[in-house]
Design a protein around this ligand. Structure first.
Ligand SMILES: [Fe+2]
Length: 188
């Protein structure tokens, strides 16, 4: 895997959309803290870092009018947004990133209960890296101010994650998140 290529992709995300760029870096920051708390080895942490940084690279293929739309999305627009996980996986596959990173990106919107996308995978069938990114992704989205709502406090965001443990998120990963937060070790 090529570090410079990853950097170039991060640069493309930056050019395209500032929110996605900042968000991707934050997701990588939280994902790594979770990965370390879960005692993942160096190789897995490295794969996690790249997959987290590039998890939304597929959004480069989503038109601005949809990506930045402030009103409700039509069904067709929602399908186009949802395709970003498959497109992202295909982009890094073409660039010869390893399989862990490819599937990590493809499945970052799966739900622990099987109700996510693109493949409706359930529980531990969802790659570990994707389960970590999913929790980090939701946390950063909640604590960020969006055009349509104020930012949540970290405490409230952690509570929301807890409410969705077992349905949207892997409970073990949420436990690790809560521990980091309660021990004041979560670097925001
Ligand atoms: Fe995404």
């Amino acid at each position: 895997m090529d570090n410079r290529l990853a950097k170039a992709f991060v640069g493309i995300i930056e050019l395209r959309d500032e929110y996605t760029s900042t968000h991707s870096k934050n997701v990588a920051k939280y994902s790594l803290q979770l990965g370390k708390k879960l005692y993942l080895n160096e190789t897995t942490l490295n794969n996690l870092r790249f997959a987290a940084l590039l998890h939304d690279i597929g959004k480069v293929a989503v038109p601005d009018a949809i990506l930045h739309k402030k009103t409700n999305l039509t069904e067709d627009e929602f399908i186009k947004i949802k395709n970003h996980s498959i497109i992202g996986a295909n982009i890094v596959k073409e660039a010869n990133f390893n399989r862990t990173i490819i599937v990590g990106i493809r499945h970052h919107h799966e739900f622990f209960n099987g109700e996510g996308y693109p493949d409706g995978l359930r529980g531990k069938c969802i790659p570990l890296i994707s389960r970590i990114i999913a929790a980090a992704d939701a946390f950063d989205a909640m604590i960020s101010k969006r055009p349509y709502r104020e930012a949540f406090s970290s405490k409230r965001a952690i509570k929301e994650l807890k409410n969705c443990a077992g349905s949207q998120f892997d409970p073990k990963i949420i436990d690790a998140f809560i521990k980091l937060f309660k021990d004041n070790k979560l670097e925001i």
